[in-house]
Design a protein around this ligand. Structure first.
Ligand code: NAD
Length: 341
């Protein structure tokens, strides 16, 4: 049912909870943040005081019990998402959930079934789809202006690895980091990924290796339409957040370069210098996060289908599983091998 104002509860007041709170508070007049919950109550208190949020809880259940709340944002650690989706659906709240939906396919399917049964909306946090440059690349591919798309290249490198406490509950590089690139791959090419051949290494931080994870990866993709793709990831690019995409086709190419703090180049006798890429996701994807949240709020307010669905969230996890299997078995893996549904 359409509603003029969307009353939102935020679960998880860490890095990404703060991004969404700021956008809701300052850029989305159709929404009002009614409550925030974090198991670390001080985190919730700080967010509430920064954005004048009336209610603060240390238990997300309190948000789900609040009758005036019609939508929740799940911004807690990745291993908590699936259960919170199920609980929020049972409480008849519309849901925005950060990626990944869960680290386990059975849990994802359970959560999506609960969403369907309750008839609530679910949008998954693939913010990069809302980046103006990447949207333009998608439009150029979809309109046929670069002809048939043959090759996709995505470079996605973080400026520094996350804290080890985050790494340990993140689901690993493919489900935590490359998941955005897997979603971009489907989105940009307009074709499903059918096969994955991934190689991974630990070259940045041995602690990441000790936690059973990787910090460097190259993934080759084969799409249903025959096109090929390659994604490269690193947890540490010393020059900043390196986020580039390129689609090469039969009639040309579309390229989205890094965003920098300014567009000035300085030349001298030794070299030509220019600004580094914007530092990290908060800076690089500021506009995209705001647009993503606005679309979610409008989908609730106007009773529209959210632009990124639970199925989109599920498919990216499935591709992540295929990548993991490919590294373990050192061979190309068809996506259908890890998802027989
Ligand atoms: N879309 C993106 O670009 C993007 C960027 C960063 C993080 N994320 C995702 O957002 C989620 C959170 O990441 P973050 O970087 O903000 O982490 P974070 O560690 O900074 O914050 C997570 C917060 O959730 C709280 N929390 C944990 N379990 C909880 C529970 N059961 N109920 C309520 N609060 C709980 C923690 O105390 C913490 O304050 C992760 O799933 C991550 O994958 C997405």
């Amino acid at each position: 049912m359409a509603t003029s104002q969307v009353n939102v509860g935020i679960i998880g007041a860490g890095r990404i909870g703060r991004v969404h709170a700021e956008n809701l508070a300052h850029r989305i007049p159709e929404a009002r943040i009614v409550a925030v919950a974090d198991v670390v109550e001080d985190m919730a208190r700080k967010l509430a005081s920064d954005f004048q949020i009336p209610a603060v809880y240390n238990d997300p259940r309190r948000i789900l019990d609040d009758q005036q709340i019609n939508a929740v944002l799940i911004c807690s650690s990745s291993d908590t998402h699936a259960q919170l989706i199920e609980d929020a659906a049972a409480a008849r709240k519309h849901i925005f959930c950060e990626k990944p939906i869960a680290l386990d396919l059975a849990k994802i399917d359970h959560a999506l079934a609960a969403v369907n049964k309750a008839g609530v909306k679910l949008q998954v946090g693939f913010n990069r789809r809302f980046d103006p440059s990447f949207k333009r690349v998608r439009e150029l591919v979809a309109s046929g202006e670069i002809g048939d798309a043959h090759i996709l290249r995505i470079t996605s490198r973080d400026p520094a690895p996350p804290p080890m406490a985050y790494v340990k509950v993140s689901g690993g590089i493919f489900l935590d980091m490359t998941i955005h690139d897997f979603d971009m791959a489907r989105y940009l090419m307009g074709s499903e990924v059918e096969e994955v051949y991934a190689a991974g290494s630990v070259l940045v931080d041995p602690e990441i290796g000790k936690a059973g994870d990787l910090d460097t990866a190259v993934i080759t993709l084969r799409f249903a339409n025959g096109a090929l793709g390659v994604i490269d990831n690193s947890r540490q690019a010393v020059y900043g957040y390196d986020q580039r995409v390129e689609v090469f086709g039969s009639k040309g190419m579309a390229l989205a370069a890094n965003k920098t703090t300014d567009a000035v180049t300085q030349s001298d006798a030794n070299a030509i210098h220019s600004a580094k890429p914007l530092y990290f996701f908060l800076e690089r994807y500021g506009d995209a996060f705001a647009a993503e949240m606005r679309e979610f709020v409008l989908s609730v307010a106007q009773d529209k289908m959210p632009p990124v669905t639970g199925i989109d969230g599920r498919i990216a996890v499935v591709i992540g599983y295929a990548a993991l299997k490919s590294v373990k078995e050192n061979r190309p893996v068809r996506v259908s091998e890890v998802d027989r549904t």
